[in-house]
Design a protein around this ligand. Structure first.
Ligand code: ADE
Length: 239
């Protein structure tokens, strides 16, 4: 997969995407991440990419042309138009389900806004989807783009050491993950739940499922309501 990030801060994006698991995935060619500076497409001698808003108001607006020309530079006429996602607090909130869908595309382009937003006409012309990472506002789209890129990359085959491990993770199946423990077996007088030490795989699986159900019910009742509980789940919750 290839992920392009269109940004005014390409070094910031490249640095974050060079560390740890994502950095290794890039080095081994499992994902290609290309950060492109929108300012390189300013098209004026002062490299200016923003201007005052029509109708007045606070702050500056990113102009259409640098963004449009930057996007156009990323693919040729005879290539398919890559899916363009504009990171915006006005977008649809990102979910793990959408992350999985995006990870199946060959290529995505992430557009990071700055200042008070970008000219609506370029959104209409090139943006396929607006995505928010939550109901709060950041100073720019870089951190949201990095969150999305990280979440998508870790779903690519071979990026995580064990492909099965995200099946038990929070949000993968609409549930929050059960608690985890490692050595020592006693820490600050707290013991590890006995079942986890038993070596009984069926009982351990039941324990994990029960804990997931309980935690989801307590912390995210709206998520819990959507779970289709089977007979065993009901028994686990009663017991
Ligand atoms: N840009 C600023 N805030 C954002 C958010 N919450 N999600 C996506 N992009 C943003």
């Amino acid at each position: 997969m290839r992920i392009d990030i269109m940004t005014l801060f390409p070094e910031m994006c490249d640095t974050v995407m060079s560390e740890s698991i994502i950095g290794r995935a890039r080095k081994s060619g499992k994902v290609e991440i290309v950060c492109t500076n929108i300012r390189d497409f300013a098209g004026n001698k002062h490299n200016k990419v923003d201007d005052m808003p029509y109708g007045g108001g606070m702050g500056m607006i990113m102009a259409a042309d640098p963004i449009y020309n930057c996007y156009k530079s990323l693919f040729s006429e005879n290539e398919p138009k890559p899916h363009l996602i504009y990171m915006s607090p006005k977008g649809k909130t990102l979910t793990q389900q959408r992350v999985v869908e995006l990870s199946k595309l060959d290529r995505i382009v992430l557009l990071c806004g700055h200042y008070e937003g970008i000219d609506e006409r370029v959104i209409e012309e090139i943006v396929d989807e607006e995505v928010s990472i939550g109901d709060y506002v950041l100073t720019g789209g870089e951190l949201p783009a990095l969150c999305l890129a990280d979440a998508v990359c870790r779903m690519l085959p071979g990026v995580l050491s064990d492909d099965l491990c995200f099946e038990e993770e929070s949000h993968f199946a609409g549930l929050l993950e059960h608690p985890q423990y490692t050595r020592p077996a006693v820490w600050h007088e707290k013991t590890v739940p006995e079942t986890l030490l038993s070596g009984n795989h069926a009982e351990i699986a039941k324990w994990k499922r029960k804990q997931s159900l309980i935690i989801t019910k307590q912390r995210r009742p709206e998520m819990f309501e959507k779970i289709k509980l089977d007979k065993n789940d009901i028994k686990l919750l009663d017991g």
